[in-house]
Write a protein that binds this ligand. Structure first.
Ligand SMILES: [Fe+2]
Length: 333
């Protein structure tokens, strides 16, 4: 089977997944979870919004919450492009291809382009954000998981093949993927612009929905320590999966659910994927080591619960593949 390949000369230069915009019913509860327990730095809070970033980040924010009394949603996923010229190229590219893209003004970041991908995911691209020194070497303030930087998001979508094609045309590279052994249908794609295995993952499911966003932490000890921290803060019940190690991308991981149910992954040990002669790694849908090299499978809720995007219609997946869940695994043993 030949898999769709990346456009080596994309219409504009996207550099990385940059930020996530979510809603929260209670910004103070959200702040406690992310600042006190996870270890992110708060860079701004007012009555309506909360902005956070990780320890290596000099840009103003990688995680934004807007207060809302409605059920929590993801309002937008943010990417960085290299320069403002790339924003103009992106504007021209989308609008000349019949995709409505508009410039907006957002606090703490430069000119920002809003557009929806063909799956319905609301995106924004910007080239710049306000900069200030990070806490990277302010070691006495490090706590929780000591998260270093936002790394990637995973999105459930009804149509993974369309996601692969659209993002590949924008220059994203496929690093790993899962496919059906018989039909070759693609179930999940790990796509990247920066130097490691992923900026965005699309997996088959009711969508589009945000499955999780992930921060990179410096070492495995941070993964274990944050579990202890969650316990001592009375937040052990927020643990959603792990710790464990994914076969795909080699990540040592743990997942938590925040006060509104948004899922955060903390992980370490992705690998570099840069050279032009590297080829994507294929995994079989029947190979459970893709999800965990060791340990028990994830629960059904990990597979099926996710955050809706704001006012975006949900569609049933074109490819249905039953995952091996903890519940189905225990039934068989
Ligand atoms: Fe992840």
């Amino acid at each position: 089977m030949s898999i769709y390949t990346s456009n080596g000369s994309p219409p504009f230069n996207t550099t990385r997944a940059s930020h996530i915009v979510l809603t929260s019913k209670d910004l103070d509860k959200t702040r406690y979870f992310y600042e006190t327990a996870i270890g992110l730095e708060v860079t701004h809070q007012d009555n309506d919004s909360l902005y956070l970033r990780a320890l290596e980040e000099t840009s103003h924010h990688s995680l934004v919450f807007h207060q809302s009394d409605e059920p929590a949603v993801c309002k937008r996923m943010g990417y960085r492009v290299y320069t403002d010229d790339d924003l103009n190229l992106a504007y021209d590219h989308f609008n000349s291809n019949g995709i409505n893209a508009i410039f907006v003004e957002n606090p703490f970041q430069g000119r920002t382009l809003h557009v929806n991908d063909p799956l319905g995911v609301p995106l924004e691209f910007c080239a710049t954000m306000e900069q200030s020194p990070s806490l990277m070497q302010t070691f006495h303030k490090h706590h929780g998981a000591c998260p270093a930087s936002l790394d990637h998001v995973q999105i459930a979508t009804h149509d993974v093949e369309t996601a692969l094609r659209w993002y590949s045309d924008l220059g994203f590279r496929l690093t790993e993927y899962t496919a059906d052994d018989v039909t070759d249908e693609v179930w999940g794609v790990w796509l990247k612009r920066k130097n490691n295995t992923q900026d965005v993952v699309f997996s088959a499911g009711l969508g589009p929905r945000l499955h999780h966003f992930a921060y990179n932490v410096p070492e495995v000890a941070n993964i274990i320590h944050v579990c202890d921290v969650m316990s001592s803060l009375g937040l052990a019940h927020t643990m959603d999966r792990g710790p464990g190690r994914h076969g795909i991308a080699n990540a040592m991981f743990v997942y938590f659910r925040d006060p509104d149910g948004h899922r955060i992954e903390l992980f370490t040990s992705h690998y570099q994927f840069i050279d032009s002669d590297l080829t994507p790694k294929r995994w079989s849908l029947t190979d459970t080591s893709r999800s965990q090299l060791w340990g028990l499978p994830a629960t059904e809720r990990w597979f099926y619960e996710a955050t809706n995007f704001d006012q975006v219609e949900l569609k049933k997946p074109l490819l249905n593949a039953k995952p091996v869940t903890l519940e189905s695994f225990l039934e068989k043993t």
